[in-house]
Design a binder for this molecule. Structure first.
Ligand code: AMP
Ligand code: MG
Length: 406
């Protein structure tokens, strides 16, 4: 049996590098940026007014109040054909291009044209009540961003405001890391889909639903293959479906151990290889990794807690790596045990509730640690990691833990 560490290193070393895809901006939220983005234009792209008012030359209104003829009316979206001459004003709206010759805008509130209803035509003459400084109420070209400037760095998860800025810059598609497509299958004659009524001796397939959620949290795209009954042809048919669909990774649960109906291992080895099928850990010992027709294959244990834990320990780092994330491992925290722990010497992942007490993180186990007891995992917010070789920990000792909340 190999160690958790060796197994994980082997898995990560066997993966192909992540791939870049160009994603339409409308689908880019939450995606991981694969290349840094540089601005292809200045922002704003032209000098424009930040208020509704009158474009002037500041030197003409030093002695305000002054009355000026209004020689143009410039709504947003239009460019004035003329150059403003000394002693002239142009009505201008917020976001409209500043006419040549003007160097400031007087807010409409500072003129005798204030309190006019929407739709009013520009007046022939306007009284400017207050002087303005040159540059006032303007957004000059390049004020926010200069062409060539790096605006978003590779490795960032795109947020709504990032997407808005990309749209401002006219970036319609974004280079992001391709999400690994993960085919999920469950195996076992006892399994029914969640919506089917239970029959004698049957249970609902819970692993594939749980794994689908874990795959999405790890940045993968889920391809559900459903349940393979416990016979060779069915297992093979589903694995072939994964190949046809272009899966980047296949994850199956159950059917890998030594039971009379455990065919998964045999079928995978008929068209691929398994590098290991047992890891020195608890829960999750019967976990396998290899390839099926060249596609990385994870054979996770059937017991739901083992399935969850072995996904976190082995599959999650692989999916994060394939999805272009820089860090593939959650970082552990130190916690103090509130009670004594027994372990069997294998590297163990124990379900616990961790809370802050007097500046320390203190851990209590949640319920019994049977690998079918998913409820104790639901009550947990952490997994305590007991290293291999350790058989007991007294109350008050410190161990490492992974916090489960995102
Ligand atoms: P196996 O690895 O096939 O021997 O299964 C081990 C245990 O996990 C058995 O109790 C199975 O019923 C259970 N199990 C297997 N697959 C699933 C699944 N998809 N959802 C819930 N329990 C499962
Ligand atoms: Mg089974």
């Amino acid at each position: 049996m190999i160690s958790v560490q060796t197994a994980r290193e082997h898995i990560l070393a066997s993966l192909t590098p992540p791939k870049i895809t160009h994603c339409p901006l409308t689908q880019a939220a939450g995606r991981l940026l694969a290349e840094s983005i540089h601005a292809q234009t200045d922002l704003p792209t032209f000098d424009n007014s930040s208020v509704d008012g009158f474009a002037v030359r500041a030197s003409d209104v030093v002695a305000a109040p002054v009355s000026l003829p209004v020689v143009a009316d410039i709504p947003a979206g239009q460019v004035a054909a003329l150059t403003l001459q000394a002693g002239q004003a142009a009505r201008i709206m917020t976001g409209a291009a500043l006419p040549a010759g003007a160097d400031a805008v007087v807010m409409v509130e500072e003129t005798d044209f204030y309190h006019q209803a929407a739709g009013m035509k520009a007046p022939a003459q306007v009284v400017i009540n207050k002087p303005v400084r040159a540059g006032e109420n303007l957004r000059p070209r390049g004020m926010d961003i200069r062409r060539g400037q790096e605006i978003l760095r590779a490795g960032r998860v795109l947020r709504a405001q990032d997407i808005g800025l990309l749209a401002m810059l006219g970036v319609a598609t974004v280079p992001v890391w391709k999400k690994p497509k993960v085919a999920l299958l469950s195996s076992g004659d006892e399994l029914l889909p969640v919506e089917a009524p239970l029959e004698a001796g049957k249970i609902h397939d819970s692993n594939s639903y749980m794994l689908a959620a874990q795959v999405e949290q790890a940045g993968g795209e889920v391809l559900r293959l459903g349940v393979a009954q416990d016979y060779r042809e069915q297992v093979q048919a589903l694995l072939e479906q994964a190949v046809q669909a272009g899966a980047d990774v296949i994850i199956s649960s159950a059917g890998m151990s030594v039971g009379a109906y455990d065919f998964v291992r045999e079928v995978v080895e008929s068209a691929g290889t398994l590098t290991f099928w047992k890891v020195n850990m608890r829960p999750g010992k019967p976990v396998a990794f290899g390839t099926y027709r060249g596609i990385p294959f994870f054979g996770l244990p059937g017991n739901p807690v083992s399935c969850f834990v072995s996904f976190l320990v082995f599959a999650r780092p692989a999916l994060r790596r394939l999805g272009g994330f820089e860090t593939d491992q959650a970082s552990p925290v130190r916690v103090q045990l509130a009670e004594a722990l027994e372990s069997d010497g294998r590297e163990s992942y124990l379900r616990a509730q961790v809370s802050h007490q007097n500046g320390l993180l203190v851990a209590h186990l949640t319920g019994h640690q049977g690998s079918g007891n998913l409820f104790s995992l639901v009550q947990a917010n952490a997994l305590l990691i007991i290293p291999s070789g350790v058989k007991s920990c007294p109350p008050g000792s410190e161990v490492e833990a992974w916090l489960l909340e995102d």
